[in-house]
Design a protein around this ligand. Structure first.
Ligand SMILES: [Zn+2]
Length: 296
């Protein structure tokens, strides 16, 4: 399924700014939406340049989990129209405040979508730059611990997990279909971004992944925030990786190592080939683990 849009420098810049200032998502080429049908009216939509989307469609209207970038609104809408036959999702859930996950809020809010998000997402958006704080980008429905939708034969359970990737993360479980969207609590097969300045912590991130793991079974289809469709076994590999790598860095810090000494010890060397990627390189992962360790 090919919906095309020539991504502009502006969209790339928004994406880059949203994930920490590097130009990881900057692209010169057209982007397309790849659609994966998961069953029971649920789809994963992916462009490869921003967070993966979840979509539930049916007679009660569409629910979209995350909405990508400011300039991908029409592209995502095209995919929703093709799948659901409706232009605006009835509801949108933001899994966290990063712009590559909720940058499309304004586009869809203008068409009448109701945007729901954790309380902290709204307050962070209100406190940040005018780009993200435009009135239409703010969720108009906010929640604390959880929120449920009862639509299209699904119980859609939105659960807040504290202090993980940020301080406003939620995962979304389509109970009857047994499909879990994890937002950025899961970077499948790659080092995760843990936004320490956005309220994230390493221990919280591990606990959140473990909580998600304990919710599901080996048959559950898992949509990660970034990366391919995954399973509970894939999630367990990420949990094991983060436990071991954070243990190694903390041990060095407790032994008196400063950042230079931690870097010199190359504590993640044997993880590099499998987990390093352009946004969260092995070096950046070491720095995050170090900064988290000294702030505990
Ligand atoms: Zn994120």
């Amino acid at each position: 399924m090919g919906f095309r849009l020539a991504i502009t420098g502006v969209a790339a810049a928004f994406a880059a700014a949203s994930v920490g200032g590097t130009d990881v998502y900057a692209q010169d080429n057209e982007i397309t939406v790849e659609t994966t049908e998961l069953g029971d009216g649920i789809y994963m939509l992916s462009t490869g340049i921003a967070g993966n989307l979840g979509l539930l469609v049916g007679p009660d209207g569409a629910v979209l989990i995350d909405d990508q970038l400011p300039n991908t609104g029409e592209l995502i809408e095209g995919a929703v129209v093709e799948i659901a036959g409706v232009e605006a999702p009835r509801f949108i859930v933001n899994t966290h405040y990063h712009g590559d996950h909720l940058g499309g809020n304004a586009h869809f809010a203008e068409q009448g979508s109701v945007i729901a998000a954790h309380h902290n997402i709204r307050s962070r958006l209100e406190a940040t730059s005018p780009v993200w704080a435009r009135p239409a980008t703010l969720p108009i429905l906010t929640f604390g611990d959880d929120l449920s939708f009862h639509m299209n034969g699904q119980t859609v359970e939105v659960t807040h997990l504290p202090d993980a990737h940020t301080d406003g993360d939620a995962i979304v479980y389509f109970r009857e279909a047994d499909i879990l969207h994890m937002g950025d609590i899961f970077f499948s097969g790659m080092f995760p971004f843990i936004d320490l300045s956005g309220g994230g912590t390493v221990d919280g991130y591990i606990a959140a992944m473990q909580a998600a793991h304990d919710m599901v079974s080996d048959d559950t289809q898992i949509i990660p925030g970034h990366g391919p469709m995954s399973t509970r076994a894939d999630l367990m590999r990420s949990i094991d990786m983060l436990r071991e790598t954070s243990f190694r860095v903390r041990s060095l810090v407790e032994g008196g190592a400063d950042l230079d000494a931690v870097r010199a010890a190359e504590p993640l060397a044997d993880y590099h080939d499998e987990w390093n990627w352009r946004f969260i390189t092995t070096e950046r992962m070491v720095e995050t683990l170090y900064n988290d360790a000294i702030s505990r």
